[in-house]
Design a protein around this ligand. Structure first.
Ligand SMILES: Cc1cc2nc3c(=O)[nH]c(=O)nc-3n(C[C@H](O)[C@H](O)[C@H](O)COP(=O)(O)OP(=O)(O)OC[C@H]3O[C@@H](n4cnc5c(N)ncnc54)[C@H](O)[C@@H]3O)c2cc1C
Length: 468
């Protein structure tokens, strides 16, 4: 699944131990190189199929370190991997022979509950910000997993358990500090550098390195959420999608078709049975939350029902298993809907899963996400109905082949119903798939902004949009 990457730089500074030592000396943070004790851990990323060996890992302490590193990449021509939380499904957080710009030490966070704003550096994870904001009954709408970095999820779009009520992560970004390909440190918002502000809201790492986000905080104190395991039949799965679409915006679900795990809440005799694990959050008062869940609960006699009032961050407990590193193969797409026939196809594919942890993930949209105009942010697929992601996990070092073949088979089976794709869920799948992540003119607008701000495509190790 690895596509060729463009390489366009002519080095003007040779990469010698002396150059690297002088560079390391200039940093407030640190530089880690092969031979250093910390190197092996520093080069690794969440998706273990990408086992790469960079020349240097720069652990930036501030925006100035980021700017220095960007200039080093420009001068040497070394490939630059920008990494916040290291969860890129395409392996973009590491590089063979290049520079890893590791932002994980930049964890500054300031929350102003009165103004409902948060200033957050990209080394924070979604879980870090969620837990801190929850002290005030507030939240930033991130995704479903605590360990994902805010740098990658925000610049790529951000969809999670609050999406139907409060929109995507990018819909709650009011400003950012960005280091450009020229090493300039800019503040961007609707008034200042609006083209860059537009591009960092969905365009991934294509136009710069974000060193600080300013988020609008939303209300999410006590929610009605958790997990509901239903028997996996085509009627239940299609019924779930219909019910989740018809639900009030307050309820957002993310469902997993998977074998019932050996957890204390699953009756022993049903462990391993294919279930639809509906994870979800309803914000608002408890009574309306329970009412929002009722039609989903009524779909079938549940295998397990753990839905109830809980503090918003508790939803991350339901996805803690996905934080474990290992190899992942993924193919995902947007579709208008998921009917009984599609559901039967997905269940059939799961019956032939290549590894014990192979899952279909179904997300249902609409609500606040759909009320933003397509042209307002670089993420332009506001009309997406559902997201289907086929994921197959395998042990680090194991053969990715069977998992890749299965996810590819699933994608091929749904080819005629694919309406687009979410850039943050892309593997290394080539240019056509990147283009299909930016429809309605978004690709062309991003390419024009790239030409203005990154004409040499310095920021190319990402879901890359070539400069126009
Ligand atoms: C287990 C798991 C669960 C997930 N769940 C969700 C979910 O619920 N919702 C969702 O929307 N996504 C989800 N994702 C996808 C996730 O949003 C992307 O993989 C995202 O890119 C990860 O961000 P990161 O900072 O951890 O990754 P990294 O690997 O550090 O970064 C990925 C890419 O993002 C860009 N980038 C990162 N930081 C910056 C920055 N500071 N400035 C500019 N560009 C930057 C770069 O191009 C980089 O290559 C999930 C991924 C995993 C592995």
């Amino acid at each position: 699944m690895e596509a060729a990457r463009p390489r366009s730089f002519t080095p003007i500074v040779a990469v010698t131990p002396k150059t690297l030592a002088a560079f390391a000396e200039s940093l407030t943070g640190s530089a880690i190189q092969s031979g250093d004790d910390a190197f092996d851990a520093a080069r690794r990323v969440h998706n273990a199929r990408f086992d790469r060996v960079p020349t240097i890992v720069v652990r930036a302490a501030n925006a100035e370190d980021v700017a220095r590193t960007v200039r080093l990449a420009a001068a040497t021509g070394l490939e630059l991997a920008v990494r916040s939380g290291g969860h890129s499904l395409a392996g973009h957080g590491t590089s063979d022979g290049g520079i890893v710009l590791d932002l994980s030490a930049m964890k500054g966070l300031l929350i102003d509950p009165a103004r409902r704003l948060a200033w957050a550096q990209p080394g924070l994870t979604a879980g870090d910000v969620t837990v801190a904001a929850a002290e005030h009954g507030l939240a930033v709408p991130f995704g479903d997993t605590a360990s994902v970095g805010i740098g990658g999820i925000t610049t790529g779009g951000g969809i999670g358990f609050l999406t139907r009520k409060y929109g995507m992560t990018i819909d709650n970004v009011v400003a950012a500090e960005v280091v450009t390909a020229q090493g300039e440190i800019l503040t961007v918002d609707e008034e200042r550098h609006p083209d860059l502000f537009w591009a960092i809201r969905g365009g991934g790492g294509n136009v710069g390195v974000v060193t600080r986000f300013v988020y609008r905080l939303v209300e999410a104190g006590l929610v009605v959420g958790g997990g509901l395991a239903l028997p996996a039949t085509p009627q239940v799965l299609a019924g779930l999608v219909a019910a989740a679409k018809a639900a009030p915006d307050e309820l957002t679900t993310i469902s997993l078709v998977m074998p019932a795990p050996p957890a204390p809440f699953i009756p022993a005799e049903r462990v391993g049975e294919l279930v639809v694990m509906v994870l979800g959050v309803a914000v608002g008062d408890v009574e309306s939350g329970l009412a929002a869940w009722a039609p989903i609960r009524a779909l079938a006699e549940p295998v397990a029902d753990l839905v109830g009032p809980m503090p918003y961050p508790a939803i991350y407990q339901f996805t803690a298993d996905s934080e474990a590193p290992g190899g992942t193969s993924i193919r995902s797409w947007f579709a208008d809907d998921l009917d009984v026939q599609d559901a039967a196809e997905i269940i059939d594919l799961l019956g032939r899963a290549p590894t014990p942890v192979s899952i279909a993930q179904i997300r249902v949209f609409g609500g606040a996400m759909a009320r933003v105009a397509a042209e307002d942010t670089a993420f332009s697929q506001r009309d997406a109905g559902v997201l289907i992601a086929m994921m197959s996990m395998f042990e680090a070092g194991a053969d990715a082949g069977p998992s890749d073949a299965w996810t590819a088979e699933a994608f091929a089976a749904f080819g005629d119903r694919v309406t687009g794709v979410y850039a943050n869920f892309l593997g290394d799948e080539g240019e056509d798939r990147i283009r299909s992540a930016y429809p309605h003119g978004a690709y062309e607008s991003l390419a024009a902004i790239k030409r203005r701000h990154d004409p040499d495509n310095l920021f190319r190790l990402n879901q890359n949009v070539r400069p126009a």
